[in-house]
Design a protein around this ligand. Structure first.
Ligand code: 5GP
Length: 118
């Protein structure tokens, strides 16, 4: 089963204001900010305020509030960066590429013919 949530992760510190972020959006349940190492211009992250390690242990009620924000910011980023499409990514556990253990959705504007950085 999924390991317990560790509240010392870096996104928990961003939520508490203990480390800085370029915040784009906030409501009672959700925050969005720029990824510090963007895979493409406009790469942002959407996270719930409630702590879960990843999607596997998330409360569906939290997801139901989070996903409309992912959708809203995907559209906003697509417009702001004049993108052709938007890549949404989300990783669960190290074997799948997860490095920060607070649930987050990547929102990455994509342009025709411009590959993601490795
Ligand atoms: P993942 O866990 O989905 O593989 O990746 C975590 C993402 O968080 C990476 O894209 C990484 O660049 C981003 N990230 C890691 N540390 C920080 C940070 O301190 N601030 C911000 N804004 N993003 C971070």
């Amino acid at each position: 089963s999924t390991p317990a949530y560790d509240p010392s992760n870096i996104f928990a510190k961003i939520l508490k204001g203990e480390i800085p972020s370029h915040k784009l959006y906030e409501d009672d349940d959700t925050v969005a900010f720029m990824d510090v190492m963007p895979q493409a211009p406009g790469h942002l992250l959407v996270i719930p305020k409630q702590g879960s390690r990843n999607l596997l242990d998330a409360d569906p009620a939290v997801l139901s509030k989070l996903m409309p924000v992912v959708q809203k910011l995907a559209n906003a980023a697509k417009t702001a960066f004049a993108a052709d499409g938007v890549f949404i990514a989300q990783f669960n556990e190290p074997a799948a590429g997860q490095t920060v253990f607070h649930l987050h959705f990547h929102v990455i504007p994509r342009h025709e013919g411009q590959p993601l950085k490795p």
